[in-house]
Structures are given as C-alpha cells and as structure tokens.
Design a protein around this ligand. Structure first.
Ligand code: KG4
Ligand code: ZN
Length: 342
C-alpha cells in the first residue's frame, strides 16, 4: 500500500499547531503551542494577541512537528492548513506559512475546513493505542466546539448535510460563559467538568431548549437561567453552590445534545455515530452517549478533541487520496459552512 504523509497546520483560534499524519490515521507527530495562559487574563480569546502569538510560534511548531516525526519537509506528500472557520487574523498566519512552504518545496497545498478536521480526529489512532475501528457511512455526527454546535449527516468522505445548528451560543461558548458567572477559570469547559464532580445534577432545575420539529439547538436561555439564579442567590447574600450549579448546567447541556443526536440518527437512518470538537472531551457527555447509544459510537481520544493539527493533517490525507488539491491563491474563510465543501 502506498504511504501518504501529510503535514498539517492549524491556527484558527488560540492554538498554534503542526502535525505529521500517515495515511489519515497514524500520528507521527503532533505539536501544539497553547495560548491559554496568555488569554486567561482576558477571560477569553483576544484576537489581536492571538495572531501575534501565532506569528511567534508558527515556525518553531512546524519544525518541532517535522523533527518529532523524524522526517524532512521533502519527505511529506502535501501540506494541509486550516482555511476556516476561525479568527481571520489567526487563520492568515497558518495559511501564509503553508503557502510559503508549498511555494518553496513544490508540495501540493490543501485548504481544510476546521470542522471537517474535528470530524477526522475520530479516524486518528492515539499515540501508543490500537488503531480504532474506521467509521462507516452514513454516519450522524455531532460537532460541539467553542464556536459551533452542529448535527451533520456524513454520507461519504467529504459529503456533508447540515441538519441543524445552534441558533445562538455554541455549547462550548455556553460552558465558557457559565464558568465565568460561577467565578471559574477560562477555558470554562474543563473547569465546569471539574466543579461538577462534587455536585448534584438534579440540584437546580434548569431549562432545556428542545426546539421540537428542528435539529437546531439553543443555549442562551440556559445561560440566562444560570445568570438569574446566580444574581438571586447573591442578592440574598447566599454562598453560591458552585458544584451543584455546574453539575445541573452540564446535565442540561448533555441531555439536549445526546437526545437530539440519537433522534436524528434514527430519523435519517444513520449507521454509526460520531462526536467531535472541544466539548466532546466532556466526560459526562462521553459517558452518556456511550451508555445510551444503540449504534456504534466514534469519539476521538480526549487529547484530540480540542484543537490540534493532527486532525487537519488527517482530513488533508483523505482529500489528497481523493485527488483533491488547492492552489496558492486560497484565502482565509472566517465563516465557512461545512455543507459548502466539495
Ligand atoms: O474545538 P475547540 O478546541 O475549539 C474550537 O474550535 O472552538 O473547543 C474549545 C471549547 C471551549 O469552549 C472549551 O470550554 C470546550 O471546548 N471544552 C470543554 C471541555 N474541554 C474543552 N467543554 C466541556 N467539557 C470539557 N471537558
Ligand atoms: Zn476547534
């Protein structure tokens, strides 16, 4: 079998990342320079600070990915880079680095949709682990990240039908905002998960937006309900039951995500399920879906749920194998729906 190795580059948000992946599934290296500490003081990602930091980190990270994979640039088959969606000033740093490498080496360039990248993280073998079973189509995918919450029917490689999406906050955004209300650190998802361990998920009655008849989501009502609860408790001089609120909030999000995903899979005759994106690292969500799913479930290893470049390289490998190529004229696509891919 022919071996294809792709260098992936990811700078869509606050992680500068590069990786080398073989045949779309085997990680030869994955280097990530996280900017979390830099943005924590602002309580969220500060776009201008993010792009400047990407500029500082991009070449050291690409070099680290090639060095860790014990490979030279000439030995890879193509360069995959995130084109969007993401922060414009961050995306262009990775895109320009990839263009420079492509121009200098003559290697083909592949522009990757970040959400497609998240989906392909489920194809990846984690370092040291066995190769996971390959997802089978048609599959129903739930993408839950800081910027997106979408239910997608994937009929084949690179073929996506968006069934629904959030009408307001993304699931990860809701985690981040509620964490802030509770005085927890950024990023909020992991902080809420930790706080929820000691809490009772039934302690607080919080609303769930089912939006019947649609495959859409809404999390702003839930966030507002937490805000009201926090204000009320503070006005009464009561101490915040942080663990209980975190657990009840997490349960409300997991309820809606899991149930709508199962219902959509049934409605559209999906064969298997896949969850991806930063929020798919959430233990409660993973456990619920694994416990209640009637179909096989593909979930990336926790270390591959949040932004990384291995997933971009993996998506690039499958595109490369399908004969797809992009030119040096590709631009950043800050808003780029998955359903517009070809
Ligand atoms: O996919 P990602 O790394 O970046 C985007 O593409 O947005 O997702 C980041 C989001 C953040 O909102 C973060 O709070 C959330 O994923 N997240 C989690 C967990 N780990 C990260 N949310 C819930 N539970 C977690 N364990
Ligand atoms: Zn992401």
């Amino acid at each position: 079998m022919e071996i294809i190795r792709i260098l992936g580059i990811e700078t869509s948000c606050d992680e500068t990342a590069a990786a080398v992946v073989e045949n779309g599934r085997v990680i030869l290296s994955s280097a990530v320079a996280s900017q979390i500490d830099l943005h924590a003081q602002y309580g969220g990602v500060f776009p201008e600070v993010a792009s400047r930091q990407h500029i500082r980190s991009i070449y050291p990270i690409i070099n680290a990915a090639l060095r860790d994979a014990h490979i030279s640039l000439q030995e890879v088959d193509g360069i995959a880079v995130t084109r969007g969606p993401g922060l414009p000033g961050s995306l262009v740093v990775g895109i320009n680095a990839a263009k420079g490498l492509s121009l200098g080496s003559g290697l083909p360039l592949l522009g990757i949709n970040h959400l497609e990248g998240h989906l392909y993280s489920a194809w990846l073998q984690n370092l040291g682990a066995d190769l996971p079973p390959e997802p089978q189509f048609p599959l129903l995918a739930l993408i839950v990240s800081g910027g997106h919450t979408e239910l997608v029917l994937m009929g084949a490689h690179h073929s996506y039908q968006r069934l629904g999406a959030t009408l307001d906050d993304a699931a990860g955004e809701a985690f981040d905002k509620v964490a802030r209300l509770l005085g927890l650190a950024y990023p909020g998802g992991p902080a809420i998960q930790r706080a929820a361990v000691d809490g009772d998920p039934q302690a607080q009655k919080l609303p769930r937006a089912w939006l019947p008849g649609t495959w859409d989501f809404s999390f702003s009502g839930l966030k507002t309900a937490v805000l009201r609860l926090v204000r009320e408790l503070e006005a009464n001089g009561e101490e915040l039951p942080v663990a209980d609120i975190a657990a009840s909030f997490q349960e409300a999000v997991v309820d809606v995500l899991a149930q709508k995903m199962f219902a959509a899979a049934e409605e559209f005759g999906a064969k298997e399920l896949l969850i991806a994106g930063g929020v798919s690292a959430n233990q409660a969500l993973r456990e619920r879906i694994l416990a209640e799913a009637k179909l096989a479930v593909h979930i990336p290893h926790i270390s591959l749920c949040t932004d990384n470049a291995a997933m971009i390289a993996a998506a690039g490998c499958f595109r490369f194998s399908a004969g797809l190529r992009d030119g040096l004229d590709i631009d950043a696509m800050p808003n780029w729906p998955l359903s517009e891919l070809e």
